[in-house]
Ligand binder design. Structure first.
Ligand SMILES: C[S@@+](CC[C@H](N)C(=O)[O-])C[C@H]1O[C@@H](n2cnc3c(N)ncnc32)[C@H](O)[C@@H]1O
Length: 467
């Protein structure tokens, strides 16, 4: 949290919604030595414990305590009655209660709805989303908030008004920090956690940042910005990273024109092994070899159900006994006795005499290619399959791979999503159909790599790719 709010200048007032024993209250007193800090909670016992915390005394006894305001009140009421009288700039910082909607009485829900006003979430919303909605509604331009929340509101239908509000406040820096799913931040609640930061309004448009937090409570956390999104167009149906990454981004200044795909990305066929039955191994065959002998591979997109080839989908292929591990050997590999046996077996089967193998030296070293970001199934009736390759699989030559040329890290995942999204949608499919040729009168059309390179990508997609 400190890292997120440290860019704020000194707030005059900080309020800790549902302050409990005051982890955030104490931090605020320490981080902003001039701020008045309001700890608001309905629980008198925890407030009592907070008021007598020894760490409030610190090196300058009394100083922190004189700035501390302990408020025994319902935060939602306090926010509508007392907060408006406090002078800014103000900050709301804390972790609201994660009480589920089933644990809230009808009266509590009605009171919460009334307190939140126009941003009121749906009735299936838990208390934390009411706290969030009310807090957003109560922000004046110079105010900010930083809340640790269960992540459900990012996708749930009931939180749509909250997401619409965040999509519309384009002059406020807005950050979504997403914790790993398996990290148990809210004990007993089994929900993923996130931190939402909404900063004071600035003069110009600000992007929405999506930050992935990795690590754990023991060894500490590390943050990686995965995308920065211009909030334009309609509010995305959800704020899941995938949906946010797919938001088409506007043209950069200096008008970018439609561009052939071959200029933006390297387009090429997958690896021609010369003998897939030998070079592609099943998981159990790969497990009999040293770990570096095989890399993830894919030879048929019809083996996949969805639009993503990630670790999970690839392990599903492995479990189904599909040959999805490519032998990745070099001249030195033969020093390993297991590999030597395998090569001998191949030679007994005369694999080394097959056309492509025969011209390679050594015959068991297949061509090495860069991992494509996007896999394309080049043959179809009306539709070409487009799959995002997050597992880093090497395709065989029945498939084509696209690898974006400019690889600026924080923007790359968004660029891949944006390009794959366009290729998958009707406009992209039409452009590919127009470039394809009929295949042997069997009703199928086939794209050649050269034709795929000529497909023109519209300017707004080009603008979403790294400079
Ligand atoms: C997740 S805990 C916060 C823990 C706190 N950050 C700490 O350091 O102890 C949520 C707190 O919200 C309080 N709470 C629940 N409903 C409330 C309401 N309507 N108004 C204010 N506080 C509430 C609970 O009493 C609880 O202390």
């Amino acid at each position: 949290m400190r890292g997120i709010v440290k860019k704020l200048s000194q707030p005059a007032v900080v309020a800790d919604p549902g302050a409990g024993v005051g982890a955030f209250t104490v931090a605020a007193l320490k981080w902003w030595p001039k701020a008045e800090v309001h700890a608001v909670d309905v629980n008198l016992v925890t407030l009592g414990l907070l008021a007598v915390r020894p760490d409030l005394a610190g090196r300058s006894p009394g100083k922190s305590r004189t700035r501390l305001r302990v408020r025994h009140e319902n935060f939602l009421e306090w926010l509508t009655t007392k907060w408006p009288d406090l002078n800014g700039p103000r900050l709301l910082m804390g972790n609201p209660p994660y009480t589920r909607h089933q644990q809230m009485s009808a009266t509590e829900k009605a009171a919460a709805q009334a307190a939140v006003g126009s941003l009121a979430p749906g009735l299936r919303s838990g208390l934390s989303t009411y706290f969030l909605a009310a807090s957003l509604a109560a922000l004046k331009p110079s105010d900010a908030l930083c809340l640790l929340l269960p992540a459900n509101w990012l996708e749930a239908d009931y939180a749509r008004p909250v997401r619409q509000n965040l999509w519309s406040v384009v002059k406020r820096p807005t950050e979504l920090h997403l914790f790993p799913n398996d990290l148990n931040v809210f004990p007993g609640a089994q929900v993923a956690a996130m931190v939402l930061y909404v900063g004071p309004e600035r003069n110009r448009r600000q992007r929405m940042k999506v930050v992935r937090v990795s690590g754990d409570l023991e060894s500490g956390f590390r943050s990686t910005t995965v995308n920065e999104i211009e909030r334009i167009g309609r509010t995305p149906a959800s704020f899941s990273p995938r949906k946010l990454l797919a938001v088409p981004q506007p043209l950069r200044l200096g008008a970018i024109a439609d561009t052939p795909l071959g200029v933006l990305a390297t387009v090429r066929r997958g690896v021609a092994t010369g003998a897939n039955s030998f070079f592609l191994r099943t998981r159990s065959e790969a497990d009999d070899l040293p770990p570096s002998a095989c890399v993830p591979a894919i030879s048929k997109l019809r083996d996949l159900e969805g639009d993503y080839l990630d670790d999970f989908e690839h392990s599903q292929l492995s479990m189904r006994g599909i040959r999805c591990w490519l032998l990745n050997l070099d001249a030195d590999s033969i020093k390993d006795p297991k590999i030597k046996n395998l090569i001998n077996e191949g030679e007994k089967l005369l694999i080394h005499k097959r056309h492509l193998c025969d011209v390679r030296d050594p015959w068991y070293t297949v061509e090495s290619i860069s991992v494509p970001d996007i896999l394309v199934g080049p043959m179809g009736k009306e539709h070409f399959r487009i799959v995002v390759n997050t597992v880093g699989a090497i395709p065989t030559n029945t498939l084509y791979g696209l690898r974006i040329n400019r690889r600026s890290e924080p923007l790359l995942a968004g660029a891949i999503e944006s390009l794959a999204g366009w290729l998958r949608n009707e406009e992209g499919q039409q452009a590919m159909r127009a470039a394809a040729r009929n295949h042997h009168g069997d009703g199928l059309v086939k794209l050649e790599p050269g034709a795929l390179k000529q497909v023109r990508v519209p300017a707004h997609i080009v603008a979403s790719l790294p400079d």
